[in-house]
Design a protein around this ligand. Structure first.
Ligand code: PEP
Length: 257
């Protein structure tokens, strides 16, 4: 099965209601390019306003708590973001793993909560510059991903629809320097092999693997031409409709996914 390329904007902690006009522009442009699946993960406060107006794009959250509810001041559950209109959640982003001390076990618990709430999950993984320099990047990412996904018996049956993996080398995030296409190819091949090992021949080949880390309109086409790249998770360049849709347009060209 060839899946539509999936282009997801991670707005991080950017965006007040003034950004709604940008979301509208992205939604209008996405309506003209239905061959690409376009989505935005804004801050929690904008999930519902964007969901209410969007006709084409999906809206997601950037995190959720692992518990269903309770005394967790300042946190938000998977069911709450789903109630606000989110259909997916980004989990295990390096800014959460590093900035909030999230372990693989915690990310795994969050993924279980998100699946239970009916959300799709974009599971992030990626190595530091030091790990890459040590030659251990592939082994590290395999281990991190395997430990961050719930055990196979606890995954939803339609896992290929509900799970997406985002490979995001930490040294490429927000630096302006994307990984080389060779490094992306090697890592995506390794992630695909792991997904087949974990999920089997039926589902493993169908889960989309996104690349993230300084994707821009200028480098997007080359990245999308890499085998096993099924789209992109985009930070800085997703904040304006012009640059974000420039990336989405690069994905409208046929590419192997
Ligand atoms: C991200 O944080 O998910 C990301 C890919 O950021 P950027 O595109 O800005 O490197």
């Amino acid at each position: 099965m060839t899946r539509r390329p999936y282009i997801v904007g991670n707005w991080k902690m950017h965006g007040t209601r003034a950004m709604l006009s940008e979301a509208r522009a992205i939604d209008r442009a996405a309506q003209r390019h239905p061959k690409v699946e376009v989505a935005i993960a804004p801050p929690y406060t904008l999930i519902h306003p964007i969901h209410r107006e969007a006709e084409q794009i999906a809206v997601g959250a950037q995190d959720c708590h692992e518990a269903e509810g309770g005394a967790h001041t300042g946190d938000i559950s998977a069911a709450m973001v789903a109630d606000a209109g989110a259909t997916f959640v980004i989990l295990g982003h390096s800014e959460r793993r590093q900035g909030h001390g999230e372990s693989d076990a915690l990310v795994r618990a969050k993924a279980g909560a998100a699946f239970a709430a009916g959300l799709r999950v974009i599971m992030c993984c990626g190595e530091t510059a030091a790990t890459r320099e040590s030659g251990e990047a592939v082994a590290f990412v395999r281990g991190q991903l395997a430990a961050s996904l719930p055990p196979v018996g606890e995954l939803p049956a339609e896992i290929a629809e509900r799970l997406c993996v985002a490979y995001e080398p930490i040294w490429a995030i927000g630096t302006g320097t994307a990984a080389t296409t060779g490094d992306i190819a090697e890592m995506h091949r390794a992630i695909r092999a792991l997904l087949v090992e974990l999920l089997g021949e039926e589902h493993g080949p169908e889960v989309r693997i996104l690349y993230g880390g300084s994707v821009k309109p200028e480098n997007a086409a080359a990245i999308f031409a890499v085998p096993e790249v099924g789209g992109a998770l985009v930070g800085g360049a997703s904040l304006t409709a012009d640059s974000f849709m420039g990336i989405a347009l690069a994905a409208t060209e046929p590419f192997v996914s």
